[in-house]
Ligand binder design. Structure first.
Ligand SMILES: Cc1cc2nc3c(=O)[nH]c(=O)nc-3n(C[C@H](O)[C@H](O)[C@H](O)COP(=O)(O)O)c2cc1C
Length: 183
């Protein structure tokens, strides 16, 4: 029997990313688990920033942000960036992360993250205290070390972090290829 529960955020797991913003000198990093792809033809991604956050101010000011995808080797830094506010501390100094110059936006990319996605802020959709920031992808940087022989991302090599119920999880093996059920 299924129990009917009060409405809650039941979507899981969610990939953890580090979103950077700023002008390349005064930069900030925020840990975000609420992300999504939005459209394919003009690649756009969405991130949710809930409530008043320093990153929200910076992204609104510069109209740009970068989605950096960390591997599990950066788990501690992910946790730190999600527990401190950038108007009070320099999270690059706190974590030891290295700034890497982006191609199209002023904010820095995190060198230690194998994937960096430069985005231009296109839209903000506000519902209650949540801000859905829609970013048009301008440039994508991928460390060659995490690519397979066909030039595709090898998720085993990326070793991403997923998040649910205040817990970090690994991403396990793929279990089947799409379309297998149609054969
Ligand atoms: C694993 C994890 C996931 C998080 N996901 C989100 C999120 O999706 N949206 C959000 O607004 N805050 C999220 N947070 C909280 C922010 O990262 C946190 O409030 C941060 O300190 C804000 O930094 P800032 O004030 O420097 O921008 C998350 C924190 C952690 C640890």
């Amino acid at each position: 029997m299924k129990k009917v529960m009060e409405a809650t955020n039941a979507m899981f797991p969610l990939p953890v990313v580090l979103v950077t913003s700023g002008d390349g000198k005064k930069d900030n990093i925020i840990t975000i688990a609420w992300t999504t792809n939005i459209c394919r033809k003009t690649p756009c991604i969405g991130i949710i920033i809930n409530g008043k956050k320093y990153s929200l101010d910076l992204i609104k000011e510069h109209k740009e942000f970068i989605v950096n995808i960390p591997g599990q080797k950066n788990l501690k830094e992910v946790d730190i960036c999600g527990g401190k506010h950038g108007d009070k501390v320099d999270k690059y100094k706190l974590t030891g992360f290295t700034k890497e110059k982006a191609k199209e936006v002023k904010a820095s990319m995190i060198k230690e993250c194998p994937i960096n996605i430069e985005c231009k802020l296109e839209d903000i959709y506000v519902k209650e205290t949540s801000n859905l920031l829609i970013g048009k992808v301008l440039k994508l940087h991928i460390d060659e070390k995490i690519l397979d022989n066909n030039g595709k991302i090898d998720y085993k090599k990326l070793d991403p972090i997923v998040y649910a119920q205040k817990t970090y999880f690994p991403l396990k093996e793929g279990i089947a290829k799409r379309g297998f059920g149609l054969k």
